[in-house]
Design a protein around this ligand. Structure first.
Ligand SMILES: [Zn+2]
Length: 377
């Protein structure tokens, strides 16, 4: 990762560059700021710049010397990645076990979306942490002399997730640093870092992106339409991660409303063959996707019921959803609403239990035929 590969953050790049050029590199640097910026990429670029043997006159690593090549392929022998993990069978795991997954994250998302990391760890609701076992392993590795470069560099992602025992052990190294070791910490939430660690770091705030920068990033690195990019950038509060989430949620919701409309129309017209095709499409969404879709349907049923019996100002729908609901909501009433909600919640439960996705979707479609008819009686 070269500084030039990272959009924006010119102030932070300049500060890092000046420190490194002057040979006044602190033993512990903390890059901090809200999630969704390129903090971790900046840390990686700084490490590569420190190790590079042919820095460019413009103040970047060369990208071609042996050290740079090892950095670019995530194989630099004196660069250590340290990041939060989940326990497995109630035992802590260590970063080496997840090196491949972490490399994927760094490679595909320089903004380090934490939700992506949770999915790679196999639990979207987990609370990953850095355990003392990790720091013990790290220290024994640091006790060996640097093998190639002048400095060993530890890139520690999210020091706020160090468990107390791990943080205390880490504090000792920061208080009495190894001469040849540099820690670069990147934090989304510096207020949650152990204060004694926090106060011993050289802190550099990383500013959120401006709306214009965000929109440029979306258009240039993710090929998002200018109009969509501007709209997402205006709502994303400087975070690339939030902006891409907004865009994904929006496209997912459009896909879901079309599946929902197809289900209800085909059920009303009793097109069983089409419902069978529909259930294949739903199964193809995968387990997480079908779960989200069934939850979406349940919400749509609820919104349509409110629209039918209550005040339609109470419903939160997109224009597409509202257009469909104008015609559809009369079919959702006290004769079927409860059973329909049960149907979708059972589909969720069966999907969560790893039932056969096609059977679950088709069974739900067939029962919807009867329930929609009941609503019209
Ligand atoms: Zn180089």
């Amino acid at each position: 990762m070269r500084f030039a590969d990272i959009p924006g953050h010119e102030d932070t790049k300049r500060r890092l560059r000046e420190m490194i050029d002057a040979g006044r590199i602190p033993h512990a640097i903390l890059l901090h700021g809200q999630p969704g910026t390129a903090k971790y990429a900046l840390a990686r670029a700084a490490a590569q710049y420190i190790h590079c043997s042919r820095r460019t006159p413009s103040g970047d690593s060369c990208g071609q010397c042996p050290d740079c090549i090892q950095h670019e392929t995530f194989n630099h022998i004196d660069t250590i990645f340290c990041f939060p993990l989940l326990k497995k069978n109630s035992k802590p795991t260590i970063c080496n076990d997840y090196a491949g997954e972490f490399r994927d994250l760094m490679q595909h998302d320089m903004y380090m979306n934490f939700d992506t990391w949770l999915s790679s760890l196999g639990n979207p609701n987990g609370q990953p942490a850095i355990y003392v076992e990790e720091i013990t392993a790290l220290l024994s590795r640091l006790n060996l002399k640097a093998r190639q470069a002048k400095y060993k560099i530890v890139l520690l992602w999210l020091p706020e997730r160090l468990r107390t025992e791990a943080a205390n052990k880490m504090l000792k190294v920061i208080e009495e640093p190894f001469a040849d070791t540099i820690f670069i910490l990147t934090s989304d939430s510096p207020a949650s870092i152990l204060p004694t660690i926090y106060s011993r770091t050289q802190r550099i705030a990383v500013a959120p992106y401006s709306e214009a920068q965000l929109s440029d990033i979306l258009q240039q690195s993710m090929a998002v339409d200018p109009q969509v990019a501007d709209a997402a950038a205006a709502l994303a509060e400087g975070s690339v991660t939030r902006a891409t989430n907004l865009i994904n949620v929006d496209s997912e919701r459009r896909k879901y409303i079309s599946f929902f409309m197809e289900l209800m129309r085909a059920a009303w017209q009793r097109r069983v063959k089409d419902l069978r095709d529909w259930s294949l499409d739903i199964a193809a969404l995968g387990r997480e996707g079908s779960l989200r879709f069934y939850e979406y349907c349940a919400r749509m049923i609820g919104e349509n019921f409110i629209m039918n019996v209550g005040d339609d100002r109470l419903v939160a729908m997109t224009p597409d959803e509202r257009a469909f609901a104008q015609k559809f909501s009369p079919f959702i009433n006290e004769r079927n609403v409860e059973k329909l909600l049960e149907l979708f919640s059972k589909a969720c439960a069966d999907t969560a239990m790893n039932g056969n996705a096609k059977i679950i979707a088709f069974d739900l479609a067939v029962k919807t035929i009867l329930l929609i008819k009941r609503g019209n009686e």
